[in-house]
Write a protein that binds this ligand. Structure first.
Ligand SMILES: NC(=O)c1ccc[n+]([C@@H]2O[C@H](COP(=O)([O-])OP(=O)(O)OC[C@H]3O[C@@H](n4cnc5c(N)ncnc54)[C@H](O)[C@@H]3O)[C@@H](O)[C@H]2O)c1
Length: 311
């Protein structure tokens, strides 16, 4: 992901990629060469101490997100954070407190919000009654770092934050309650929840369901499928969110985008917010909300009880 973001940034005027950091020195050097950086380092502190650095991109494994974000905030560097914000609520709050205390600009990378199909569905149904969100991956390899309970947290914590964020974005009202069933099905012996089905209640009384996991056979089970209805109109997003079908009760309108979007657009928004000193459209609070929903879904599975959401 560091490479993808660097590619987006290198296409933008007035942005210089200065320091490339990875604990794996070869990877840092390779990116530095590729993007004509000033130096490569294995020490994040070197970049954080560097007065020539205005902002940092955190594209590391999930167990390092909060530590790096807090250090960046303390060093007054603005942050683009790859999802998820962190793996625990304590870490999420610690990041949020550091961001607010030091007044940095912080954006969470929920690129799915930028798909044109998402904007079309939101414009067509601004106040959905029922929202359905599904992200089903094919089974993740056991040795994938994101499946490691400590480094990655498994599919639900890694990917489910995208799904939770998009469902909340499509719904528009704050989530107030979550219930879930699920557990460990596809990776026995690994201490993670790998497949869940959750229901969410929103402050305005509307509802959503979320299916997340790695029990699918994509594309025969849709990796991404989001549906909204307000009782009169319906929208269905599928085909990796490139296709959206809108139905107003009489007419069907289907749009198919040629490609997926998100990375260039979120980078443009981040840089714009730095230049204009305005808050980015997706902040640490959005990152916290998505992880809060997942951790409370886990708690609902453990206790068998719906969980009220407060933060
Ligand atoms: N938005 C998306 O669509 C999307 C897609 C894939 C991955 N991601 C996210 O991007 C992030 C990175 O994933 P990836 O697939 O690029 O993983 P990756 O394993 O390819 O790269 C992560 C790199 O971080 C380095 N690293 C680990 N700890 C470090 C530390 N403390 N300091 C410096 N470097 C460190 C590793 O050596 C590795 O090179 C994750 O948060 C992941 O969830 C987002």
């Amino acid at each position: 992901m560091g490479e993808i973001h660097a590619r987006c940034l290198s296409a933008m005027d007035g942005v210089q990629i200065h320091a490339l950091c990875d604990v794996d020195e070869q990877r840092a050097r390779a990116l530095c060469d590729q993007f004509h950086g000033t130096y490569a380092t294995t020490d994040p502190e070197r970049a954080l101490r560097d007065d020539d650095v205005d902002a940092v991109y955190i594209c590391t494994h999930h167990d390092t997100h909060s530590m790096l974000a807090i250090r960046a905030a303390e060093a007054r560097k603005h942050v683009m954070m790859e999802k998820p914000l962190a793996l625990t609520l304590e870490e999420c709050y610690a990041v949020g407190n550091a961001v607010e205390k030091h007044g940095i600009t912080f954006m969470t990378g929920f690129k799915m919000r930028y798909y044109p199909s998402v904007a079309r569905a939101r414009a067509f149904i601004p106040a959905p009654l029922v929202t359905v969100g599904q992200m089903l991956d094919a089974r993740w390899p056991d040795d994938f770092w994101a499946n490691d309970p400590r480094k990655g947290g498994g599919n639900i914590l890694s990917q489910g934050c995208h799904t939770m964020d998009l469902v909340c974005h499509l719904n528009g009202s704050p989530p107030v309650r979550i219930f879930a069933e699920g557990g460990n099905y596809t990776h026995p012996g690994v201490q993670i929840f790998d497949n869940i089905v959750a229901t969410i209640g929103f402050a305005n009384g509307t509802i959503a369901s979320v299916v997340q996991g790695d029990s699918g056979q994509t594309p025969f089970v849709s990796k991404f499928s989001f549906q909204l209805t307000d009782g009169r109109r319906t929208a269905h997003l599928r085909n990796r969110l490139k296709t959206v079908t809108l139905f107003d009760g009489e007419h069907v309108q289907e749009t198919v985008d040629p490609e997926e979007y998100g990375f260039a657009e979120e980078n443009a928004d981040f840089i714009r917010s730095l230049r204009q000193k305005t808050p980015p459209p997706i902040t640490h609070v959005d990152g916290l909300r998505a992880t809060l929903l997942i951790l409370n879904a886990f708690e609902a599975i453990r206790t068998g009880r719906p969980q009220p959401l407060t933060w």
